[in-house]
Design a protein around this ligand. Structure first.
Ligand code: FAD
Length: 542
């Protein structure tokens, strides 16, 4: 079998299928090569406001009205009830001391709740990937992609202006000749191995391992005595990406609407060794024994999927693009599930690739542009890697963890708002890493945390100075009230914060109010709009 194609895309996860759809809209022929078949279990499920605004932007730009409903919980549920998802109203963090039950405190210095949306209709989602990825690959096929599953690739070579991929499908040799190969096959994927691109480490990130599964019967934290305070929280604490943080690691809990819950742990290699992560379920039980309140949440729960152990969680390739080929961000690097950075990073890369195909297909400029984009992909991954590395060293000091986590939330909410205001120019790269008023400060805070000795970490003056540095760092981009200590670590979505941050967003207050109404985040007449000036402005927007 021989196929000539403009683009060969390797891997039909959500990213490979979305790239295929976009390339078809731009008029390119596409062959999508997948070693497995759908539906299939895969991990990476929790979306974020930036991921969803990117999905909206891509849907609008490339005329993908069937994809757009997937960017919000309400439209997703109505349009595709058969494609399972979970409700994500925010990011919930609880800090645990090993051996002790979680205890809510009046000052809430052992928890952090950051809302991502003001109500369910416009909320983010957890993607149930067996359904979600299957849906997307069918959309790509319907758009004219030649999709070849159960394909084993074994060779890549350059022939003049084309790249040849060879392999086997259904017992027959397969040859695909492409003008551009896009690798969406995930960490340590096909091109990384075949082209021997080399692996490098993230600065400061410890070696980590993961252990995870899907479960039934996981209890809601809101039903447990220890978390009763959560009743008054800015959103139902379980309708979120729940993070249980403890020294050297953390656990995620993501609930889907079909009764399944995704849960797993990412921990340092040292702790994974101590717990014997290679043993799967037994190691999970050993971890829960150390965390009584998490054990309570999982009492009576059963895994519905064999446990997966990832002995090397993070990954960074040495080079993300070359003549005739490019790696999507998800094939170029992966840091950690913490903060759900995988989807937005991947979607930013897909956005760049779409623009490059639109502008430079058939031009000698394309290669240089993709190489530049590849460097940006690695820069963005490095920024995320540094921040997550710094967060790992603060897992046992939650006030410090909170101060550093706000760097992420400030940058993410700023980027989302800037995009909704059509001001992508001011958001810069992921985590606002190339904004001169934020990127260097972010870097300094991370290095301050990463370079500290044990003695520094115990020194109150050193701790105070890091918290102060992080607070100062977010000031120029904080449009989410994160600098307001009177909120005691509970941060609802309050439109007043955005309106008051208008100047930081390079906009007027009126433009921000109109954006809030237009985007449906705070539409006219919505109950619970906390600020009368905002409510009045809806009349303007109409
Ligand atoms: C434990 C864990 C938790 C995560 N949690 C989150 C999260 O909550 N939020 C978030 O934003 N991100 C998360 N991520 C990251 C997220 O998983 C990725 O960003 C996302 O899956 C990338 O999608 P993708 O389609 O590029 O790759 P994948 O979903 O990995 O799909 C790759 C596809 O390529 C196929 N393939 C692989 N090799 C070949 C080959 N040689 N030939 C042909 N096909 C091949 C595979 O079969 C697969 O179908 C997590 C990652 C991990 C490891």
């Amino acid at each position: 079998m021989k196929h000539d194609t403009d683009l060969a895309v390797i891997g039909s996860g959500f990213a490979g299928s979305l790239v295929s759809l976009i390339a078809r809209r731009i008029g390119r022929s596409v062959t999508l090569l997948e070693r497995g078949t759908h539906p299939r279990f895969t991990i990476g499920e929790s979306s974020s406001p930036l991921a969803n605004v990117l999905l909206e932007n891509l849907s609008d730009r490339y005329g993908l009205p069937r994809i757009r409903p997937l960017s919000r919980w309400g439209t997703w549920r109505r349009s595709y009830p058969e494609v399972a998802c979970g409700l994500k109203r925010g990011f919930t963090f609880y800090a645990h001391d090993p051996g002790r039950p979680f205890g809510a405190r009046a000052e809430r210095d052992n928890e952090l709740l950051v809302a991502a949306s003001p109500r369910d209709e416009v909320a983010d989602t957890h993607w149930y990937r067996p359904d979600f990825d299957h849906f997307l690959v069918r959309e790509a096929e319907a758009a004219g992609t030649l999709s070849l599953d159960r394909t084993t690739l074994d060779r890549v070579e350059r022939r003049g202006e084309r790249i040849l991929l060879s392999g086997e499908r259904a017992g027959r040799r397969l040859l695909v000749s492409a003008r551009l190969v896009v690798d969406a096959s995930g960490p340590r994927g096909f091109l990384h191995r075949s082209l021997d691109l080399g692996e490098t480490e993230f600065e400061g990130l410890p070696r980590t391992e993961a252990l995870y599964s899907h479960f039934r019967g996981v209890r809601r934290l809101g039903e447990l005595r220890e978390f009763a305070e959560g009743e008054r929280a800015p959103y139902p604490i379980d309708d979120a990406a729940v993070h249980h943080v403890f020294p050297e690691g953390w656990i995620w809990v993501l609930r889907f609407g079909n009764g399944i819950t995704s849960a797993g742990a990412a921990v340092t290699a040292r702790l994974a060794g101590e717990l014997g992560f290679h043993a799967g379920a037994a190691a999970w039980s050993r971890l829960l024994e150390r965390l009584p309140s998490v054990a309570e949440q999982f009492r009576g729960a059963e895994s519905v999927q064999p446990f997966v152990h990832r002995p090397r969680l993070s990954f960074r390739t040495g080079c993300a693009s070359g003549p005739g080929w490019t790696l999507l961000p998800s094939a170029a690097a992966f840091v950690d599930p913490l903060l759900s950075t995988g989807f937005p990073l991947t979607l930013l890369g897909i956005e760049r690739l779409g623009r490059a195909l639109e502008d430079d297909w058939g031009s000698p400029r394309l290669g240089a542009r993709l190489e530049n984009d590849g460097r940006r992909t690695l820069f963005e991954a490095d920024t995320a890697g540094r921040l997550i590395g710094a967060l790992y060293v603060t897992f046992s000091d939650f006030p410090l963890f909170t101060a550093l986590a706000k760097l992420y939330f400030a940058a993410a909410s700023f980027s989302e708002a800037a995009r909704r205001l059509s001001r992508t120019d001011i958001a810069g790269s992921f985590l606002c890493g190339d904004r001169p008023d934020f990127g260097p400060a972010l870097l300094r805070c991370c290095r301050q945390a990463l370079s500290a000795s044990e003695t520094d970490r115990r020194d109150p003056a050193w701790r105070e100075s890091l918290i102060r540095s992080a607070t100062l760092a977010i000031a120029p981009i904080d449009v989410a009230g994160l600098s307001d200590s009177s909120r005691h670590n509970w941060f609802p979505v309050d439109p007043t914060d955005l309106v008051q941050g208008a100047a930081r967003l390079g906009s007027t207050e009126r433009e921000v109010r109109q954006m809030l109404a237009r985007s449906g985040i705070f539409p006219p007449g919505i109950q619970g709009t906390p600020d009368t000036t905002v409510r009045e402005s809806f009349a303007d927007a109409r």
